[in-house]
Design a protein around this ligand. Structure first.
Ligand SMILES: [Zn+2]
Length: 312
C-alpha cells in the first residue's frame, strides 16, 4: 500500500497570552484546500464527553452554534473561526439548546442552536462551506455538532409511544420514560469504492451532478448486509459490473447529513458497464494520465483515487 496522507496533524503553538486565540489562528492559517488535511487515519486530539469536567473554563469554550441551519463563525483573515462563549457575550442571541461535546486539545466544545440576529463581524456558513477551509478537527467537530443538534431536534418525543423523552444519565442518548425506547444520534453507514481494471479506474457521474464531474461509486448499507455485500450490490446496481478482491482502506465521517463512509478498492471481475437509470448519468474507465474532473482532496473519494494512483 502506498503511504497515507497524514499531514492532517497540525502543530500549533500557543502565544502565551491565554486570552488570545493564537493557536487557532495558526491552525487556520495553514489550512489549504489543496492539501489532504481531512484524512482521519490517526487518533484525533478530541476527547469525547457528555458532561463538562469540573475544571473546564466556560468562557474559553468553543461554541459550534447553528442559526437557521448554518454554523456561526467569525471570519478572520478570510477563514472561518469558531467563536468562544466569551465572543457570544456581545451578541444579541439566545441559546435554544446547548450540548457539551468534549475537549479539543483541552478546550471545551459545545454544539448549540440559537435564536436571534448576528452582529456585524459575525457570519454564518453552511457546513459544506467549512470543508477544506478549516483545520480537520474543526470540520469534524462542526459535523459532529450538526448531527447532535439534529438528533436533539428530532428526538424530543418517543418514536414509539409519543411521550416526551429525557436525557440519558450517562450516554449521549434520549430515553422514553414511559416505554424505555432509547434514541442515539443516527449514523448511516455507506460504502464508497474505487474499481480498477489493470491501471484504469472506473469513475461515474451521478445524474444530479454537473457535466464533467466524476467520482467513485457510493451507496448506503441496507439492514442485514455486511459492508462487503453492500459493495457488491451497489456496484452491480449502479454500473452492472462484478468485482473481487475487496480491500478496505479507511473511513470518513461525512455529515451531509449523517453518513459514515467506508472506503474500498475493488478489482474488476466481469461484466459490461450498464448505468443505473436515474442514478448514474455516465460511467467510464479512465487511464491514470487522462482522468476527468474528480473531487477535491478533502473527500474520501479522492483519497481512494490518489491511493490507487500512488500504488502504480
Ligand atoms: Zn415511548
Amino acid at each position: 500500500m502506498s503511504s497515507w496522507p497524514t499531514n492532517g496533524k497540525v502543530s500549533a503553538v500557543r502565544c502565551g497570552v491565554e486570552t488570545h486565540q493564537c493557536t487557532l489562528v495558526r491552525v487556520f492559517a495553514i489550512a489549504d484546500p489543496e492539501e489532504p488535511l481531512v484524512w482521519p487515519k490517526d487518533p484525533d486530539d478530541f476527547l469525547s464527553l457528555v458532561e463538562p469536567p469540573h475544571d473546564a473554563d466556560p468562557g474559553n469554550a468553543l461554541i459550534y452554534a447553528f442559526l437557521d441551519g448554518e454554523l456561526v463563525c467569525l471570519p478572520e483573515q478570510g477563514t472561518p473561526k469558531i467563536p468562544t462563549q466569551d465572543d457570544f457575550r456581545w451578541l444579541d442571541v439566545e441559546f435554544t439548546s446547548k450540548h457539551y461535546m468534549g475537549e479539543l486539545r483541552g478546550q471545551s466544545c459545545y454544539a448549540a442552536t440559537l435564536n436571534g440576529k448576528l452582529s456585524e463581524g459575525y457570519s454564518s456558513l453552511g457546513l459544506r462551506g467549512f470543508l477544506g477551509r478549516v483545520d480537520a478537527a474543526h470540520f469534524y467537530l462542526a459535523g459532529r455538532a450538526q448531527q447532535i443538534v439534529a438528533w436533539h431536534n428530532e428526538h424530543g418525543f418517543c418514536g414509539r409511544c409519543g411521550s416526551e423523552t429525557q436525557a440519558h444519565t450517562t450516554d449521549r442518548a434520549k430515553v422514553c420514560p414511559d416505554c424505555g425506547l432509547i434514541a442515539y444520534p443516527r449514523l448511516s453507514p455507506s460504502i464508497i469504492v474505487l474499481i480498477h481494471r489493470g491501471d484504469d479506474v472506473l469513475l461515474a457521474r451521478n445524474a444530479q451532478w454537473p457535466d464533467g464531474m466524476f467520482s467513485t461509486l457510493a451507496g448506503f448499507v441496507e439492514p442485514g448486509e455486511s459492508i462487503e455485500q453492500t459493495v457488491h450490490r451497489e456496484v452491480k446496481e449502479e454500473v452492472g459490473l462484478d468485482v473481487t478482491n475487496l480491500r478496505y482502506l479507511g473511513s470518513q465521517s461525512w455529515p451531509f447529513p449523517n453518513s459514515l463512509m467506508l472506503g474500498f478498492h475493488a478489482e474488476y471481475a466481469g461484466g459490461d458497464i450498464v448505468c443505473q437509470e436515474g442514478e448514474i448519468a455516465e460511467a467510464n474507465w479512465f487511464a491514470p494520465d487522462a482522468l476527468p474532473q474528480i473531487p477535491p482532496p478533502v473527500a474520501i473519494s479522492r483519497w481512494l483515487i490518489d491511493d490507487f494512483l500512488n500504488s502504480l
